[in-house]
Design a protein around this ligand. Structure first.
Ligand code: XBP
Ligand code: MG
Length: 244
């Protein structure tokens, strides 16, 4: 069956945002809050097993200070920390800290030129997605993505399939007619649980472990011919996506 839509993961897949954006942003927020937490790259690689920045900070806090993490005001502190972390992340994006990974823009443009619909299914926040597309693809960047499923629009984050199901529902497509592009074990698990065939494009934090059930397992999209057949249709750019 021809692929009718590409569903893109964001962090690690579109860009190496984890190392170049999120991790420094977390550390800036911790320093600003007077917390002694500093996430170096090896530790962050471990912590990425928990998707969602708020969930990741809470999991870490339970590890280093379970009593404080169970206090009544813990959730409010996590929310405030995450707001500050996101502000630092957006500033890093604005400062040009992050570029798309090699081959990604070519795939996005080839998919559009060949009539495929495109969507995003990510654990990060809608604001982070919007800003990443702005700073890397410019004004037209939004127009390639018809649906953006991001962050807290679903309660259960990857590896749960919820964000993929949310996107499929709004695309009105069957899972088998789409192709997901992911960089992590939780992301692959989420796509597979939703029945979406998935290409793994390894990122700095993927590690070497085999991830079963992927259609392809690549170090990068650089120079890789997209697997979708050429078609004549070239849809007009859609109205800027609305993060519903
Ligand atoms: C990866 C994530 C995100 C980021 C941090 O998302 O798990 O939580 O690490 O972003 P993706 P937030 O599904 O795109 O790989 O702090 O905004 O959650
Ligand atoms: Mg990812």
């Amino acid at each position: 069956m021809p692929i009718r839509a590409l569903i893109w993961d964001v962090d690690g897949t579109l860009a190496e945002t984890e190392d170049e954006g999120h991790r420094p942003a977390f550390n800036l927020a911790f320093e600003e809050a007077g917390l002694p937490w500093r996430w170096d790259s090896p530790l962050y690689g471990e912590l990425l097993a928990v998707t969602g920045g708020k969930e990741r900070m809470l999991a870490y806090w339970r590890r280093v200070d379970p009593e404080a993490a169970a206090a009544p005001d813990a959730a409010a502190l996590i929310r405030r920390l995450h707001e500050r972390k996101t502000a630092h992340y957006l500033a890093l994006l604005d400062g040009g800290a992050v570029r798309l990974r090699p081959g990604v823009e070519a795939w996005i443009r080839a998919a559009h030129a060949q009539g495929l619909r495109q969507a995003i299914a990510t654990t990060t926040t809608p604001d982070n997605v919007t800003r990443l597309l702005d700073v890397t693809l410019g004004d037209e960047g939004h127009r390639f993505f018809e649906v953006v499923g991001a962050g807290d629009v679903v309660a259960a984050k990857k590896p749960a399939p919820d964000i993929y199901r949310w996107v499929l529902d709004r695309l009105g497509l069957a899972a088998a007619d789409c192709l997901a592009v992911e960089d992590s074990a939780p992301g692959v698990a989420a796509a597979r649980a939703a029945g979406v065939p998935v290409w793994l494009v390894r990122s700095r934090y993927t590690g070497g472990a085999a991830l079963p059930g992927v259609v392809a397992d690549l170090p990068s999209l650089d120079g890789v011919a997209p697997p979708f057949a050429a078609s004549t249709a070239t849809p007009a750019l859609r109205p800027a996506h609305r993060v519903r």
